[in-house]
Each structure stands twice: as C-alpha cells, then as structure tokens.
Ligand binder design. Structure first.
Ligand code: SF4
Length: 326
C-alpha cells in the first residue's frame, strides 16, 4: 500500500476572542478540536457538515493559512505544522487552494494572466515568457480561450471565474488541492460543469483533493472518502460509498436523511435535528453532539467518544459515538 500523502493527527485550531479597551483575550473559539485523518495519493476526501463545523478552518489550517494551535500535519513525509515560512516554501508549491467565491479571491485590478501566474512570480518560477506560455496552456486546460489572459475577472461569468481560480491553483503543478466550497457560489446549472472539470483534472494531473462542501450530493459524486464534521470534530469517516449507503453516526444519518435524493429507493425517513449548532466558544461537554442527538444518554454528557473503526473488515469506517457497535 502506498504511503499516505497527508496524515493529520490531533489537529487543533483555537482562535482568541478579544474584547474591552485593552483588547484582552476574553474567550476562545474552539474551531478544530483534535482532527485526525489520512489521505492517500489520488483520493478525494469530501468534508461535510453544517456551517460552523470547522471544515473551512480545517482546509485553511492544512494550508497553514491559519497557524495550528496543536497537532501535526505530515505532508509528503514531513510535519509542516511547525515549519517556518521559509522552510514551508517548497511544500507550499505542492499544495494549492481553490476558494468559494471566485470573484472575491481574484484581484479585480489584475488581468487573468496576472492572476493565474501570481504563484509562479511568488515562487520565482520561470521567465516572463515561461509564465505567459504556462498561462495560455492552463487556460486551455480549464476550458477558456487563450485570449482570456488579457482580460479582467469582472468580464467573466461566475463559472468562468472559477475556471480561472482553478487554473491559478494548478499553475505550480501541486499534488494536493484543497477546494473550499468551490461551486457553492455558482448557479446550479454551472456546478456540474465545474465539478466534472475538477474530476477530469484530477485524473490528468494525478491530483489529490480535499473537497469542502455542504452539498451532500456533490460530495458523494466527487469523493472517494467522506469525513463528517461537527463543532470541530470528525464524527464519521468512511469510503463515500459506505458512508452514504450505511451511515452509522446519528448526526450523519440526520444529514443524509435531510438531503433531497431523486431516487425513491434511496430515500430515508427524514430526521429533523432539534435546535441549533451550539457556539464553538462553549462546546458541550462529553460528546459535542449530545444537545441535539435523539439517542443521547448520561454517558454522552460526560465522556468524549473516540473515533474508532467499526468496519467488519474491508475499508475502515470510523465513527465517534458511544452507542455504535462494531
Ligand atoms: Fe449521540 Fe451519544 Fe452517540 Fe454522541 S455519543 S452521537 S450523543 S449517542
């Protein structure tokens, strides 16, 4: 079996909340609370969960756009969690991010060529001509005409701008692409085109994806594996096929039951979750899902369930719930 491309262990990210005249720390947002998973080359890990579950924070912390509070991020055999910016540079070339809002992530005063080639300039890669050639090549790869290079982002539709964002992510030939809600801001009719493009690019360039989304159908379509997050914890992780066919965690079951499915044979009885997701500044003790879980019992309010393998052989199926049997 090939070594994992990425191994994340006990990753935490806590943001200080400051208040008062002296801007003292008055509390903490516990955004990530000990996230662990592995990702093999060629996998696509879908990260799902309601907003505030920590999935975007996880994506940005993996990229070191946020400094981890604790834990390790072993990428290509090296723990990058504590590297200095200089030490991090060669690893940054191998990781790229596609953002949710293609317009917000593109500087409106830069041409498409400037936008796509910016990572090459930042890393001192190639001559001006090399950069022009690479931009022309990539625009074609993502389905845009070479003439797009001299135009500005606002001249394009949302779907085209996201193609520009994808070209930029690929410009340094990364191994890992972290896509944070890459199609959520797009018209429904355009989403499938962009997702299909990402799938083709994955094959062509042998990419590995972390795909963050709240649309469970898109995540099922694109992902080989899925991790379900709640209040900064991974609640369940399994192959996409297994997780959708046989969700074991009560939270995953509720999420999947609420997801519209066209095929009546696959519809489940809808489970409505009570209440709101608690504040990440004051997460519940024990299992963080206990305030909304229909099965919660005394033990759930006292003891944090560990993420454990409940599969009966075959691919691992990890679940963090006291009541799920192997
Ligand atoms: Fe529900 Fe308890 Fe399982 Fe948490 S540990 S999901 S509260 S049954």
């Amino acid at each position: 079996m090939s070594a994992p491309l990425l191994t994340v262990s006990g990753l935490k990210k806590h943001f200080p909340v400051k208040g008062g005249l002296l801007r003292r720390v008055t509390g903490w947002v516990y955004a990530l609370n000990g996230v662990s998973f592995t990702l093999k080359e060629g996998d696509t890990l879908g990260l799902v969960g309601e907003s505030g579950c920590g999935k975007s924070t996880l994506g940005r912390t993996l990229m070191r756009l946020y400094e981890p509070t604790e834990g390790s991020i072993v990428f290509q055999g090296r723990d990058i969690a504590k590297l200095s910016n200089k030490e991090l540079m060669p690893y940054r070339r191998e990781m790229a991010m596609v953002f949710q809002d293609p317009y917000a992530s593109l500087n409106p005063r830069m041409t498409v060529s400037d936008v796509v080639s910016a990572p090459m300039r930042a890393h001192g890669v190639g001559s001006a001509q090399d950069r022009r050639d690479r931009v022309a090549e990539l625009l074609e790869v993502v389905g845009l005409r070479a003439q797009a290079a001299t135009r500005y982002p606002h001249e394009f539709s949302g779907g085209q701008r996201q193609r520009v964002g994808i070209a930029r992510a690929l410009v340094l030939q990364p191994k890992l692409v972290i896509a944070d809600e890459p199609v959520s801001a797009l018209d429904v009719s355009i989403r499938a085109q962009v997702v299909n493009l990402m799938m083709r690019l994955k094959e062509r360039f042998r990419l590995t994806y972390v795909f963050i989304a709240h649309d469970l159908s898109i995540v099922e379509y694109i992902s080989t594996h899925v991790a379900v997050m709640y209040l900064g914890h991974v609640m369940e992780k399994a192959s996409s096929k297994d997780l959708y066919a046989n969700p074991r965690h009560p939270y995953t079951q509720a999420l999947i039951s609420a997801n519209p499915v066209p095929d009546p044979a696959r519809r489940r009885e809808k489970q409505v979750l009570k209440g709101e997701i608690p504040s990440p500044m004051a997460p519940p003790a024990g299992c963080v899902f206990n305030t909304r879980c229909p099965l919660a019992e005394e033990r759930c309010r006292a003891e944090v369930p560990v993420l454990r393998d409940v599969s009966k052989g075959g691919d691992e199926h990890l679940v963090a719930c006291h009541l799920v049997k192997e």
